[in-house]
Design a binder for this molecule. Structure first.
Ligand code: FEO
Length: 399
């Protein structure tokens, strides 16, 4: 059964949801599922904007058929070639053999690489090109590395709709509600939106900044991303979040404590520090067990908070492996501009603090507080002064 929604009088959402997929990109948990958005414009020409993941292709085809009602599909605009959006290109070609594919040169190259039979079907476009489908005149805007190099976004000058590719998307399935004004985004969606952005596009902050600069020159009324809600009001809320995330500026002055513990002793030290911080008036403190929290959640929270405490046991004379993986991921995603405090633990040769400092030193614009706490097996009365001094340093650095 088809399931579509009207966006404007002649534009339709024809995507779908996958609520059964456990891991997005086979890495990131998506307990709330994910939507794959595709849009169909019914102008003098009929135009499909992107396709969907193979998992929901059947639903997608039914959706398209329900709107086309036997008409031809004239164009398929491909803004992004990652298979979660591009997997059904060949299926569309098989069903609508006369369709023309509008995309960048690099997207066409990727279609060949993925083995799609597209010869004679490509109409290549580049930054600044326009195309008319009847009353709708669209402009193509290059968006390299948001999130792949071939990506572009398409702006409809007739109705102010921006087909935004991966930009402004979110994890989470659309439970009947498509538009941001049909949901409480700040309560129910922002954490998944941040986790999506930071883990998928987070590495490419400068490219997102380029796109935001271009977006600032056009009169956008509706944002149609490839995942998550369609935005038709309060666009400033989302643009501000994207601006902050892509400049690697924290959203909140607060302390995230991430601890790697084997038997609870490092966790106890982390709890001690959290309590001292709260008693000193910093109540915006969150704690995460690095072994029990998927790294995608840790990354998302690290983008959110201004200060991060890393408390790690020493394991095989190295950093505790899940803590090492977390820091490495942070580095891969280009995270910057945070203040760190370190706690190490070890029963005979504690050195995770030194090793974590070395890793953080390789990252951009990171401040690492000098006074760190080194524990032997467990925190004791003798360590209280050091911990108190670390708490004071964190508070001082937040002023
Ligand atoms: Fe949702 Fe980069 O694909």
């Amino acid at each position: 059964m088809y399931c579509v929604r009207n966006i404007t009088e002649d534009l339709y959402w024809v995507g779908g949801n996958d609520r059964r997929l456990a891991l997005f990109e086979n890495i990131h948990p998506i307990p709330r599922g994910v939507s794959y958005n595709s849009y169909l414009l019914m102008d003098e020409k009929t135009v499909l904007f992107d396709t969907v993941d193979w998992s929901i292709c059947r639903q997608f085809i039914e959706n398209i058929q329900s709107i086309l009602k036997g008409k031809h599909l004239d164009y398929m605009v491909i803004n992004h070639m990652e298979p979660d959006h591009a997997a059904c290109i060949e299926e569309i070609i098989l069903r609508y053999p006369d369709v023309k594919i509008v995309c960048t040169q690099k997207a066409a190259l990727f279609m060949h690489q993925f083995g799609f039979a597209i010869d004679g079907k490509i109409e290549e476009v580049k930054e600044g090109d326009t195309m008319s489908f009847g009353k709708h005149l669209v402009a193509f805007v290059a968006a390299p590395m948001v999130h792949w190099p071939e990506a572009m976004v398409t702006f409809d000058t007739y109705n102010g709709v921006l087909f935004a590719a991966d930009a402004f998307g979110s994890f989470g399935s659309l439970d009947g509600k498509l538009f941001n004004d049909e949901m409480n985004f700040d309560r129910d969606w922002i954490d998944d939106a941040r986790r999506y952005y930071t883990n998928i596009v987070g590495k490419y902050g400068p490219h997102v900044q380029d796109l935001l600069r271009k977006a600032g020159t056009i009169d956008i009324k509706i944002i149609c991303p490839l995942h998550g809600p369609v935005w038709r009001n309060d666009l400033g809320y989302l643009l501000e979040k994207y601006d902050k995330w892509s400049r690697y500026e924290p959203e909140e002055n607060g302390v995230m404590i991430v601890y790697g513990t084997m038997y609870g002793n490092t966790e106890a030290a982390a709890s001690d520090l959290a309590t001292r911080l709260v008693e000193k008036g910093m109540t915006n403190v969150v704690m995460y067990d690095v072994s029990k929290t998927h790294v995608s959640y840790l990354i998302s929270e690290t983008f959110k908070y201004s200060h991060v405490v890393l408390a790690s046991v020493t394991y095989n004379l190295k950093i505790y492996p899940p803590m090492h993986a977390y820091i490495t991921d942070m580095k891969s995603l280009n995270l910057q501009k945070r203040t760190f405090a370190l706690i190490e633990n070890g029963s005979w040769a504690p050195q995770s603090g030194k090793l974590m400092r070395e890793l953080l030193d390789e990252m951009k614009e990171m401040t690492i507080l000098e006074n760190e706490v080194s524990l032997n097996s467990t925190m004791k009365e003798d360590d209280v002064d050091l911990m108190e001094s670390l708490a004071d340093s964190i508070i001082e650095s937040m002023k």
